[in-house]
Design a protein around this ligand. Structure first.
Ligand SMILES: [Fe+2]
Length: 221
C-alpha cells in the first residue's frame, strides 16, 4: 500500500515548534477533558483536567464531556504565527477558529483505532515532546467495509476488530514540517510514553483532493 493513501508531510510549510510551545503555555488554562461518543468515558467522574488521559484546548463543545468547563473557548487564530501558517493553506473551505485545536495526551493514553466523524482530513503540528513522540498507525483489514460507516456520518471505533497485526502503515511525525492524514482511514495511537501535545486542524476536504493539490504544488500559497 502506498503511504500517501494515508499520510503526507507538507514539506513546503516548515514551522517553529518552540513558538508553538509558547502558544501552548498561554492556552493551557483553557484545557478541558476530551471525550468522544465512541470512547470509554466511564472514568469521567474520577478525572480532573489535571489527571484526565486526554485533554483538549479548543473553541466549541462537540468534544466536551467536562460540563464544569464547557465555556472555556480558546481561539488559536488570534495568534499571528498560527493565523499566518493557516492563511497559506489552500483548502476547499475557509478555516475558522472552530477548525483549530490543541490535543494533549498524558502518558499511558491509547487512542484506540477509529475513523473520525468531524473531519475528512487532519493536519498536525507536533509540539511536545520535541521529537513528536508516539507515531500514528493506520490499519487495514479486508473484511471491514468503511463506506457505509463513512456515509452514516457516525464516529466509529474498531478496538475489538483490529489488532497490531492489521497495522499497514506507521507514521513518525516530523517536528520540522506538519503532517496531513486521512481521517476516514482507520487510525490510532498506541499508548504514549510521554506527554504529547499537538496543534491540530480538522479539515472537511477529502484527503485525496489535498494530496492532489500537494502534488501539483498548489496546496501552499
Ligand atoms: Fe482521529
Amino acid at each position: 500500500m502506498d503511504k500517501d493513501q494515508f499520510v503526507i508531510e507538507i514539506d513546503d510549510l516548515p514551522y517553529d515548534r518552540e513558538a508553538l510551545e509558547g502558544v501552548f503555555q498561554q492556552a493551557r488554562p483553557y484545557a478541558r477533558i476530551k471525550g468522544l461518543g465512541w470512547q470509554d468515558n466511564s472514568h469521567l467522574q474520577t478525572w480532573t483536567v489535571d489527571t484526565a488521559p486526554a485533554v483538549v484546548i479548543y473553541s466549541g463543545s462537540y468534544m466536551n464531556i467536562d460540563t464544569n468547563r464547557k465555556d472555556l473557548n480558546y481561539n488559536f487564530l488570534r495568534h499571528g504565527s498560527i493565523k499566518k501558517m493557516i492563511d497559506r493553506l489552500n483548502f476547499s473551505h475557509p478555516i475558522t477558529e472552530g477548525n483549530v485545536d490543541m490535543i494533549w495526551y498524558r502518558p499511558g493514553f491509547k487512542f484506540e483505532p477509529h475513523i473520525d466523524h468531524y473531519a475528512k482530513s487532519t493536519m498536525m503540528w507536533p509540539i511536545i515532546p520535541n521529537d513528536a513522540g508516539a507515531p500514528i498507525d493506520f490499519y487495514y483489514k479486508s473484511n471491514i467495509d468503511l463506506a457505509p460507516l463513512i456515509q452514516s456520518g457516525k464516529p466509529a471505533g474498531f478496538k475489538d476488530q483490529v489488532t497490531d497485526e492489521d497495522i499497514c502503515c506507521t507514521h513518525y511525525y516530523s517536528t520540522a514540517v506538519p503532517t496531513i492524514f486521512n481521517s476516514l482511514w482507520i487510525h490510532g495511537v498506541r499508548p504514549v510514553a510521554q506527554e504529547r501535545v499537538y496543534l491540530r486542524l480538522r479539515i472537511n476536504e477529502p484527503f485525496e483532493s489535498i494530496v492532489s493539490k500537494h502534488r501539483s504544488g498548489t496546496l501552499v500559497r
